[in-house]
Design a protein around this ligand. Sequence first.
Ligand code: HMG
Length: 399
Amino acid sequence: MSQPESVTPASIGIHDLALATSHYRLDLGALADHQGIDPAKYSVGIGQDVMSVLAPDEDIVTMAAEATARILERNGMDGIRTLLFATESGIDQSKSAGVYVHQLVGLPETVRVVELKQACYSATAALQFAIGLIARDPSQKVLVVASDVARYDLGSSGESTQGAAAAAMLVQANPGLMAVANPAGVFTQDVMDFWRPNYRSTALVDGKGSIKAYLNAIGGAWTDYLNQGGAPFESFASICYHQPFTKMASKAHRHLAVMAGQNPAPAEVADYLADTMRYNRLIGNSYTASVYVALASLLDTHDGDLTGARVGLASYGSGSVAEFFGGVIQPGYRDLLRVQEHRSIIERRIPLDHTAYEVLHKTTLPEDGREYRTAAETTGPFRFAGMGEHMRRYERTTD
Ligand code: HMG
């Protein structure tokens, strides 16, 4: 039942946040060994240790369904009337991947579902759209689900910045984790720094150009944020940046700090961002999910109480769109964290040797509609079972 029009919620934001990732992982040391280069290029130079690698029976739908199912197990389905699915790893040109998730997790028919795309940025758009829906009717809740697999060609410079993860969020009035504040600063500019034409399964990228484009766009969003009356830089207890690789967050933070008249030493930047980077160092780029993986990492691993702290989110999607906004961490947030669950999904991944990783990377799906069944490999609760007549099939792995 809807609330009367005059009632507006005290706050709207993220009530619950659950992550999912892959069955396999590749340690970047193994990639460096194969390439005959110094592993410090990855562990220090780009700030990555491990990347998640999907099993053949995993994809954006299975990861998203796993994260969403956890949200529903805890919170139920009452009030949920919208599922916004953010991805740039779309599996169909027409049908939203969110509709498969809707079916797999058993959401009722009275839920609207749509997919949003703008590179790594669209989950942030989804969050803001969700807040708009809830401001209109505070009795409603929205599932925002970001799920992506970052794939570059074998042997390309982007290869070390692959990864995969999903982040599912329950967005509602009077949230338990973080109330999202107004204003937001936004920036859009047509740049070809990273893109994936429809006929390719791996992205094309101007690596160095993409770093410049990211910094320029985040700087633009920050300037707009201040022009809209945003809070001063020094008032943020932490900032979660989009992390294609964690060193990028350090570059971005330094860029904003300099704009704010500061000149932090590298060690200060590393210290300030450390909690936001722990999960991404071990997962790799998860595109739309990455900035929310950073938020989960901060909340789960920060040693101390963040209640009342102002946290910034700096979202970037190549092409390009950026957004900067803040939120306030809510009293009691620690009771809602999923620390053990997140540790377990990261730790349970099976390490691949380089040969097995290459085989998986080269695996492609038939495109002629013939019957195809994937081998059962994932230990997750849902699997991509295969295809037939050009239709994807999914199933639960458990009853
Ligand atoms: P590269 O050519 O492999 O690496 O490309 P490099 O030679 O530039 O080295 C990287 C860093 O490691 C450098 O540090 C080196 O000095 C250092 P920096 O100068 O940047 O501070 N280094 C070492 N450090 C310690 N010990 C060593 C050592 N050797 C070198 N022995 C690049 C790196 C990130 C460009 C590449 O991996 C790439 O193209 N990745 C994909 C693109 C990307 O992630 N871009 C980020 C911004 S765009 C974005 O975030 C959007 C995105 O997520 C997509 C979307 O929005 O959908 C990508």
